[in-house]
Design a binder for this molecule. Sequence first.
Ligand SMILES: [Zn+2]
Length: 339
Amino acid sequence: MAYCLRNTENQVALVHIELEREIISDSKICVPMPNTIDQPHRIGIDLGGTKIEGASFSNTGQVLARRRVPSPQDDYGQSLAAIKSLIDYLEGNTGPAISLGIGMPGTLSPETKLVKNSNSTWLNGMPMATDLERLLGRPVKFENDANCFALSEAVDGAGKYSRLVFGVIIGTGTGGGLIFDKGIWSGKNAIGGEWGHNPLPWPSRQEQPGPLCYCGRRGCLETFLSGPGLSADHYHATGRRLAPDELAESAMNGDQDAELTLTRYEDRLARGLASLMNVIDPEVIVLGGGLSHLNRLYKNVPLLWDRYVFSDHVTTQLLPPTHGASSGVRGAAWLWDTK
Ligand SMILES: [Zn+2]
């Protein structure tokens, strides 16, 4: 059953649903109504390792409805059911969407169409696109979650005035997405922008061979630049375990060990980005993920990358995300507009 929500002037009211709360002002419910928002809208789903977020967007990017639920763990069938339930909930509030896009960890193999490279390992090897389209009875677009983040920031976020944008996720893992003229550059093997499993460039003797990565190699950028990688580096240097935000706070309060750890981190991030800039030379690099909240990165890293980039002068901008944690779900909703 569909519902429409109208205010006292009988105009369609915007529905704001934040997490489990619905905030609907001056509205009443009337039933049934096949399409409750009298404008085309699209749904984006961000399938994360710990949560699944969904939102309905107007064509201008306005959030019409939003909901977040926990991700079922180690259960492929339950993951599909949770996505369907979320879409049913959103469409119950905003009517049928004109398109569905899903951002996910990993990607669909271009050859087999099965999920690969996902750190939500229960999805790997599964025909997720086929199963979900059958379950929902309509086409769905899928993309890597870092690509969705980068797309969102390139379309109407920090990189909206730039033709070539690299979006970097530094959080639980380290990923990236490359956007050219507002379109995702997935690449031949659907790994475009996946810089996290390149080795740390210009390594010192102490940085070699580097920590073991879940991908089976040693010294991947992810093992240094992810949140767990940053905390592990501090632990190995000091014997103390601190989360990234605790490290930043300690450094601000004058803790020299924390300052040294963050300085090492900034130089490694500068090296990682510089090696990428030497290949694709983006106009803007946008940071996302939990570590993008470390404000000092935006000042310090561009001061460091000059020594590694093959150019006499570097004008690339390193920027925080405009849409923050919502970028993944926004980018998923824009997938139908990409090339
Ligand atoms: Zn790796």
